[in-house]
Ligand binder design. Structure first.
Ligand code: 5GP
Ligand code: ZN
Length: 114
């Protein structure tokens, strides 16, 4: 298997607090939360970056967004609102090369981001 920390979480080799799972994606708590609620929604299949996505991946991307909504609702974030972030590449500060959607909530967020 490719040596990827999020693939290892999918495989259960590294523990993570899962809050949601379906056939294609999982959502788990970020180990260094940047907000009272901070989840990561990832595809179970390894995709390094949004830059590696093709039209064949539209289904999984849509499912990630839908599951971000479902996880945010389950966490009680829907009324107050929440922020979704996907970092892509170096300038954005992407640290883990496995596509992931941050779901952040439980406090107000400023705009523009730093
Ligand atoms: P990025 O900067 O790549 O967009 O975000 C990567 C995120 O993954 C960071 O917020 C970081 O805290 C989180 N993270 C890195 N390693 C682990 C881990 O082993 N477990 C969990 N739950 N989160 C991780
Ligand atoms: Zn991976």
């Amino acid at each position: 298997m490719i040596d990827c920390i999020f693939c290892r979480i999918v495989a259960g080799e590294i523990p993570a607090t899962r809050v949601f799972e379906d056939a294609d994606t999982i959502a788990f708590r970020d180990i260094h939360p940047a907000a009272p609620t901070h989840l990561l929604v990832i595809p179970k299949r390894h995709i390094a970056s949004l830059e590696d996505v093709t039209g064949a991946d539209c289904g999984i991307l849509g499912r990630m967004l839908w599951n971000a909504q479902r996880a945010a609702r389950a966490e009680g974030l829907a009324d107050g609102g929440y922020r979704l972030v996907m970092n892509v590449g170096e300038n954005a500060g992407q640290a883990v090369p496995h596509v992931h959607l941050h779901v952040l909530g439980g406090r107000p967020f400023s705009w523009p981001p730093g």
